[in-house]
Design a protein around this ligand. Sequence first.
Ligand SMILES: Cc1cc2nc3c(=O)[nH]c(=O)nc-3n(C[C@H](O)[C@H](O)[C@H](O)COP(=O)(O)O)c2cc1C
Length: 208
Amino acid sequence: MDNDTLLTTTRSVRRKLDLGRRVEPELLAECLRIAQQAPMAGSLLESFRWLVVDDQETKTQLAQFIRSGGEKSQAAYGHLVPPRTLASGQHLLAVLERIPAYVMACLPGRPSGDNASSTAFYGSAYPAVWSLQLALRTRGLGSTIVGYHLAEFEAETAHILGIPPEITQVATLAIGYTTTSTFRPATRPPLEQITYHNRWGTTSSLFG
Ligand SMILES: Cc1cc2nc3c(=O)[nH]c(=O)nc-3n(C[C@H](O)[C@H](O)[C@H](O)COP(=O)(O)O)c2cc1C
């Protein structure tokens, strides 16, 4: 697969995860080693942590908090997302215990609230998360970010996983092999409409 195809067809996979196929820990480790090379605010490079969860009992406990949060979230905000995405999210909630592996990206503390610190904090996790999603894809695995438990159940999730209270769970990926290798670019707004040139609101001359 060429790089542009990888970057444009790596989707959030929920319905096409192979729930019956184990994800080898050594394969996850290989992908995490690649993701470690992602950019990160220098002050956080040493304190970033991954937590891999593939033990069935722990996944079952984790699933109950993701599901509780997810049902509330989908009831409140489901109308704001495309119907296909909502249906896909509902499917995910139904099979949470059977997801082969979860990987959580964690950082110490909380940003102080201003834009610079929030950007540095959360922005330090997501490049690595996306690199992990790309590395997984090139090996036949799919993933999706799940944040449902964070609104009300972050502390409960931390408790079952032994995460200290000062640690922030920034992102969780649900991971499995995919049942298909055919993924396509998604529909996005026309680039011409979302891209300004030199001044906010100007039509971009980049497109002729
Ligand atoms: C910060 C962030 C949080 C997300 N949270 C969830 C989530 O809680 N549940 C979920 O099913 N997908 C979640 N997603 C995935 C988005 O729904 C998905 O990226 C979007 O629908 C576009 O689909 P695509 O990734 O296939 O292009 C999240 C993505 C990001 C970047």
